[in-house]
Design a protein around this ligand. Structure first.
Ligand code: BTN
Length: 226
C-alpha cells in the first residue's frame, strides 16, 4: 500500500488542504491528509460536515491516469464499498447499508459520508466517519461497539480497504464493485420518487446513476439527489 499520511491536529478542511498540496505540485497519489478536527468541514451539495474531535476526517489524493475521466463518477461507489468492507471487518454483524449516491448508514442513519472532488485529472476523496459522536440526524460507530473504537482502530482498516478496492477498480473495472455495492444497497427494490420520476429502484448504471423502472417498464436514469 502506497499511502503517506500527513496528520494535523486542526485544519479548516482536509479537502482544502489537499487542494493546496496539489497546487504546490508535491502530492503523489496516495497522499492522505488526516485531521483530528476540522473548523469548516465540507459535505456534498454545499453542506457543512460536523467535525469535532473524535471522528475520522481525511482526504486521499488519487491519480487514476489510465482511466477515462468519464469513469470517475464510479469512484464514489468504489470508496463506499471500501469503507463497507473495512467496517464489516471490524464487526461483521453491523447493520450497514449504502445509500445512493454515496452515504453509509447504520440502521438507516448516516455514519459516514464521502466527498469526491475532481481537480484536473486528479481526484480528492474526502471521507468522514462518525466514531464517538454524531450530528442530530446521524449515528456513530461506538453506539455499536462494546469496546469503544479509537480513530486509529478505524483509520488503518479503512485506508487499507479503500486502497485495495481502488486497485481492484483500476485493474478489473466496475462490475464487481457494482455488485458488491448493490448487495448492501439501501432501498433497493422499493418504489421511490426522484426528480419527478416514480419507479422501482432496480440498480445503478455504469455512470453511477440511480435506475428507476417505471410502471410502464421504462428504465430511467436519475442523476439528481433528493
Ligand atoms: C457528505 O456526506 O456530504 C460528504 C461528507 C464528507 C466529509 C469529509 S470529512 C474529510 C473531508 N474534508 C472535508 O471538509 N470533507 C470531507
Amino acid at each position: 500500500m502506497k499511502l503517506s499520511i500527513h496528520h494535523y491536529s486542526e485544519v479548516d478542511s482536509t479537502q482544502t488542504l489537499a487542494k493546496h498540496y496539489l497546487l504546490e505540485g508535491d502530492a503523489d497519489e496516495g497522499t492522505v491528509i488526516l485531521a483530528d478536527q476540522q473548523l469548516s468541514g465540507s459535505g456534498r451539495l454545499g453542506k457543512s460536515w460536523d467535525s469535532p474531535v473524535g471522528g475520522l476526517y481525511c482526504s486521499i489524493i488519487l491519480k487514476p491516469r489510465d482511466k477515462d475521466i468519464a469513469k470517475y463518477s464510479q469512484l464514489a461507489f468504489v470508496i463506499a464499498v471500501g469503507i463497507q468492507k473495512a467496517l464489516h471487518s471490524l464487526l461483521p454483524t453491523l447493520p450497514l447499508t449504502l445509500k445512493w449516491p454515496n452515504d453509509i448508514l447504520i440502521n438507516g442513519k448516516k455514519v459516514s459520508g464521502i466527498l469526491i472532488e475532481i481537480e484536473g485529472q486528479d481526484v480528492i476523496v474526502g471521507i468522514g466517519i462518525n466514531i464517538d459522536s454524531h450530528p442530530e440526524t446521524g449515528t456513530h460507530l461506538n453506539e455499536y461497539f462494546y469496546n469503544p473504537l479509537t480513530i486509529e482502530d478505524v483509520l488503518k482498516p479503512v485506508l487499507k480497504s479503500v486502497w485495495e478496492t481502488y486497485q481492484d477498480w483500476l485493474n478489473n473495472g466496475f462490475e464487481n464493485i457494482q455488485t458488491q455495492w448493490l448487495k448492501y444497497c439501501h432501498q433497493l427494490g422499493e418504489i421511490l420518487e426522484r426528480d419527478g420520476i416514480k419507479g422501482s429502484f432496480i440498480g445503478i448504471s455504469a455512470e453511477g446513476c440511480m435506475l428507476l423502472e417505471t410502471e410502464n417498464r421504462e428504465i430511467k436514469k436519475i442523476t439528481k439527489v433528493g
